[in-house]
Design a protein around this ligand. Sequence first.
Ligand code: SF4
Length: 283
Amino acid sequence: MPPDRVPATTSASQLVTYAMCPRKYAMSYVYGRRPEFRSLALVTGSAMHSAIAWWFERKILGGEPTIEAAEEILAADLLAETVGQEVRWKDKTPASLEEECRALLRLYLLEKGDLPVVGTEAPFQVDLQDPSTGEFVGRPLRGYFDLRLEGGRVVELKTSSRGWSEFDLVRHLQVGAYAFAWNTLHGGPCDLEVQVIVKLKREPRVESYRIERGEESTRWWLEAAREIESAIAGGHFPPSPSALCRECEYERACADWTGEGEFATDADTYAPLLDERATSFDM
Ligand code: SF4
């Protein structure tokens, strides 16, 4: 495997993908394979994220956006995300997905639309450096804070098909990455809020979790990131077959995998994914 092909920076999404399945990581980030389909979770998360960002950006500029206008932005984004794409619709149709997403957006904006947001999609990049020893443990960590509030708190938005719990957050690599970045930029403990838009048909809701972690509390995450970064640098991308294979966007390519030779000739299509705005993570 050619580790020189990996992106120059790492991200929460890269760490999560590697932990899920190293071969899937290689397909996406090392060989830049085109996904075989778009998952509904990704489509939903991306469109919801864009509509919510639009809402707060209008407000930051002094506007008074309406929920109806935000819903139209959402509908346009859903169309852009699905037309001409191979989407795995399961029991949904484009119309039922739009209806469901409109209801979720309305719910979110009625509950959270007045948050004192001062910035959206704020980019960051920090060195992946052990704060105790100064040792660099991997590539620089790059990402975006979804919403920045007055007073410094940042909000991470998620859509999920089920509710989360405090326990889900403890070992969550994405949450750990944002806590580490916040602490590196501002000094700990971080002031982070994870808002989960739960897409349950009978009981859609928005859950909020406050994360306040100092350096000691991000140690587990840092050691996990160190191990993952070391494995990526070493070119270790074994498959990790599990129930998740049914939903894997590279299932056919994985089944056809014959070893290094097949992808060594794939340089022309190499286009590693560098958009790190992970908007959805169904645990
Ligand atoms: S099909 Fe399974 S083992 Fe293969 S890349 Fe996808 S998740 Fe990994």
